[in-house]
Design a protein around this ligand. Structure first.
Ligand code: AVJ
Length: 319
């Protein structure tokens, strides 16, 4: 197994400082969701995927379980690249199918959380002895060029993580990915689908409060990494469905007026009572919409599947 790091501590620290300064001085205030995922945040996310209300993980797994063999047959992939691989749970469905198909030689997980990446890559390396595991600690908005060269690559971007991008960023990301692939290589993309508001909001505001804890975790990350003095418990978790944008927004609402010192930025941030800090957008998709966005980026959508309940979509597209 090989683990290549494109994220130095310095790099990460600078990126967090830039994001925090820009987001906390903007109106309305925002923070990008990638900073949720320190060790504790990654664990909280794993717990989210097991919550009764959080259907996307199970729904995507159902779709992949039913269609992994077909994915292997259609693509005949030699290398599986996984962007934002996290714990790589669903990846095993693809690895198993490609392995049975007899074409697979290499697995390339890419993730911004090096501890999570190392754990997942080590486990897969042990369980698939004849697979070449080449892990990349990197940011899929910046390090797509670091994907090892080759042909017969299948890039998987699962979990609905593409929903964290706003439309313009999404177009940029898809075009950037298309540019590093050769014609005939493959892209497998998981997208959560538009559905009734109650189901969507419950998935982001579970009764056990795990998502609320996950949301507040970004404040703990800023406290630790930037010497900030946020009181996470003074912020209420908000999950809001924006029907025009067709995305869920997670926010943290200041329950009282606050002045927060961010020592590492030399910055004081004032919150009015009730003021909301946006911490995530999670866009929801429709079949025609994602197909059109893929086509605009130069991909040809060739297969579409959902789980039996039609909650989550998986598109296979050819570069
Ligand atoms: C990992 C980005 C797909 O948007 O559903 C889960 C993150 N946020 N609960 C999602 C998340 C709140 C998740 N993604």
């Amino acid at each position: 197994m090989r683990l290549e790091t494109h994220l130095t501590e310095d790099d990460l620290a600078r990126a967090l400082r830039d994001d925090a300064r820009a987001g906390l001085t903007a109106t309305p205030k925002t923070l990008p969701p990638k900073w949720f995922y320190d060790g504790r945040g990654s664990e909280l996310f794993e717990r989210i995927t097991e919550l009764p209300e959080y259907y996307p993980t199970r729904a995507e797994r159902a779709a992949l379980t039913a269609h992994a063999t077909e994915i292997a047959e259609v693509t005949g992939a030699k290398t599986l690249v996984e962007l934002g691989s996290g714990s790589s749970g669903k990846t095993r469905l693809l690895l198993d199918a490609l392995h049975r198909h007899g074409t697979l030689g290499r697995f390339v997980p890419l993730d911004v959380s090096e501890p999570a990446l190392r754990a997942a890559a080590t486990a897969i390396d042990a369980d698939y002895p004849d697979l070449d595991v080449h892990a990349i600690a990197g940011d899929f908005t910046r390090h797509l060029e670091e994907i090892p060269a080759g042909d017969g690559r299948l890039v998987a971007f699962l979990g609905g993580t593409i929903g964290n991008f706003e439309p313009a960023e999404r177009a940029r990301f898809l075009a950037g990915l298309r540019a590093v692939l050769h014609p005939g290589e493959w892209f497998l993309i998981g997208t959560d689908l538009v559905k009734d508001e109650a189901t969507l909001v419950a998935a982001y505001d579970d009764s056990a409060g795990v998502t609320a804890d996950f949301n507040r975790n970004v404040l703990r990350v800023l406290n630790r990494q930037l010497g900030a003095d946020f009181d996470p418990e003074a912020f209420a978790h908000v999950a809001h469905w924006d029907a025009d944008e067709e995305w869920i927004e997670m926010r943290l609402r200041a329950e009282r007026p606050m002045r927060v010192r961010v020592a590492g930025l030399g910055l004081d941030v004032a919150f009015a009572e009730g003021e909301e800090l946006r911490t995530e957008v999670s866009a929801k998709f429709r079949r025609e919409g994602i197909a059109a966005e893929l086509a605009a980026a130069g991909f040809e959508p060739v297969r579409w599947w959902t789980d039996p309940a039609g909650r989550f979509g998986v598109t296979l597209a050819r570069a």
